[in-house]
Design a protein around this ligand. Structure first.
Ligand SMILES: Cc1cc2nc3c(=O)[nH]c(=O)nc-3n(C[C@H](O)[C@H](O)[C@H](O)COP(=O)(O)OP(=O)(O)OC[C@H]3O[C@@H](n4cnc5c(N)ncnc54)[C@H](O)[C@@H]3O)c2cc1C
Length: 477
């Protein structure tokens, strides 16, 4: 577990008292037992050390807290559900942690405007359910949705399984309210589908990982509820066939293609071994894809469309085998093969992870080149590749070779990252497709990002937060 950066400048001894004077009782936590839950990170890669944890309930309280901290020169680290996995919410001993978890109100659902207004601390799954109750869909969907908060989703521009059709978190927000580094509140909480009145400031804050401002409220876009869903699990010879199948599905079903998840053979094998998944195929295949079509029409409308796509793919020789879900239980069982992968990986041994993207058409080249390079660098390494083919986003995880010590394998983390990330960048890709940069990839961002782009990012940060008090050390280093 890494102890992060030693204190740059100790917090003023009376900071907690000053914060208590400005905020309601119960907002400022200083006892070790009260702070503990906010300082631990799921993978135990880091341990936070913030001596003060703040739990505001309103935008006014966030603004008051930021003003007191700014006057004292105290850095603030915003925290949502703490599910980010890149050390984005880790604190040093000279930093204050500000949790948005109590700002969890669903303030307004407007089904006719297809929008809802929520507090930044709303849990993603609660937002999905509130939209559902209003007969609408909020399509952001990802593994951590039971604890991740919308403020964290927006701050890290989360994606998930429906990006192919609905886009990332960035595409799902119409308005934001943000507390700035000096404690002023920017009210950009507009529920407008069209607004051409200058810079789209909301997009600066989306994906800024808490380095430009603290998101306090958001207006989100809603969509028609999906009433018809059909899913198929497909066996394929190689990723090039998967790409052809995706292209065919989009040609025949257009927007109805909501998910297209690629999985290497090892993923299905380990989900069967460790996570209770059942391979529905008679024999093993090198690659699999899970296709989902969904729509708002009558139940059963899309089934013949998907059957037609699969038949055409068989005739063209693109598809080796396919299983269509016949019931909701089979639907869940097929999705289980995809959703069980992260849990199964933990039980299979050490994993060296890469959350990368390349242009969709270059996925086959990426998988081939990365596979060859990894095997040469570490003979016996097993490729556990899966992800959102339709977005060009692959979780390219390397599983420890059979018989190798886990610690010896994980000691290869940086070397293997460099090998894989060099290939990604050569193919015009990104070293972080979903989880962001945080602390974990700040060094790699400096290595791979265009220097002009890095300079612009620093200038923007310095314009909005000249004292560098918001989430220092994260993303920009
Ligand atoms: C099991 C699992 C599956 C996942 N699957 C996917 C996936 O399929 N697709 C995908 O894109 N991602 C995925 N993720 C990553 C996911 O997007 C993030 O974990 C999530 O969006 C972060 O939300 P959070 O509330 O936990 O934020 P945190 O982890 O608390 O914070 C993340 C970053 O945002 C900042 N932040 C948090 N709240 C605010 C705020 N209100 N204002 C300003 N800054 C803030 C923090 O300082 C930090 O830098 C997955 C994560 C897990 C654990």
């Amino acid at each position: 577990m890494n102890e992060i950066r030693p204190p740059a400048r100790a917090l003023p001894a009376d900071l907690a008292d000053r914060l208590r004077a400005a905020l309601p009782e119960g907002t400022v936590l200083t006892e070790a037992t009260d702070r503990e839950a906010y300082l631990l990170e799921e993978r135990s890669l880091y341990r936070g050390q913030a001596p003060i944890v703040l739990r505001p309930r309103s935008t006014g309280e966030v603004a008051a807290a930021v003003r007191v901290c700014a006057e004292a020169g105290a850095p603030i680290v915003p925290q949502g559900g703490n599910t980010g996995l890149v050390g984005g919410t880790v604190t040093a001993a000279h930093e204050v942690l500000l949790s948005l978890g109590r700002m969890n109100g669903i303030e307004e659902v407007d089904p006719l405007n297809f929008t809802m207004t929520v507090g930044a601390g709303c849990i993603l799954a609660d937002i999905q359910q509130a939209a559902e109750r209003a007969g609408r869909l909020f399509p952001l969907s990802l593994g951590a949705q039971g604890s991740a908060q919308i403020g964290g989703n927006l701050a890290s521009n989360a994606g998930g399984i429906n990006v192919l059709r609905y886009g990332n978190a960035r595409d799902l927000v119409l308005g934001l309210e943000v507390v700035l580094a000096d404690g002023r509140v920017w009210n950009g909480l507009r529920a407008l589908h069209k607004d051409n009145t200058g810079y789209a400031l909301k997009h600066l804050f989306v994906g800024s990982e808490g380095t430009l401002g603290i998101i306090t409220r958001a207006v989100l876009k809603l969509f028609p509820r999906l009433t018809d869903r059909v899913v198929a699990f497909c066996a394929l010879r190689d990723p090039a066939d998967a790409l052809t199948l995706l292209s065919l599905a989009r040609d025949r079903a257009g927007e109805a293609v909501t998910a297209f998840e690629l999985m290497s053979e090892l993923t299905v094998e380990i989900v069967q071994r460790h996570a209770g998944g059942q391979d529905p195929m008679r024999e093993r295949h090198p690659w699999y894809a899970l296709i989902e079509l969904a729509g708002s029409g009558h139940d059963g409308t899309l089934r013949p469309v998907l059957e037609g796509i699969l038949e055409e793919a068989f005739e063209r020789g693109t598809l080796a085998d396919a299983v269509l879900a016949e019931s909701s239980a089979q639907y869940a069982a097929l999705w289980r093969l995809r959703e069980g992968i992260p849990e199964a990986q933990k039980k299979e041994g050490g994993s060296i992870k890469h959350d990368v993207s390349v242009p969709v058409s270059r996925i086959p080249a990426f998988l081939r080149r990365a596979g060859e390079a990894a095997a040469e660098a570490l003979p016996g390494v097993r490729v556990c590749a899966f992800g959102h083919l339709g977005d060009g986003n692959i979780h390219y995880n390397l599983t420890q070779p059979m018989g190798m010590e886990k610690a010896a394998f994980l000691a290869q983390w940086e070397r293997m990252n460099a090998i894989v990330h060099d290939i990604v960048v050569e193919l015009g890709g990104s070293i972080s497709a979903e989880h962001g940069i945080g602390l974990l990839k700040a060094g790699e961002l400096r290595r791979y990002k265009d220097p002009v782009e890095m300079d612009l990012m620093h200038r923007l940060r310095d314009a909005l937060d000249p004292g560098r008090l918001l989430n220092p050390g994260k993303m920009l280093g």
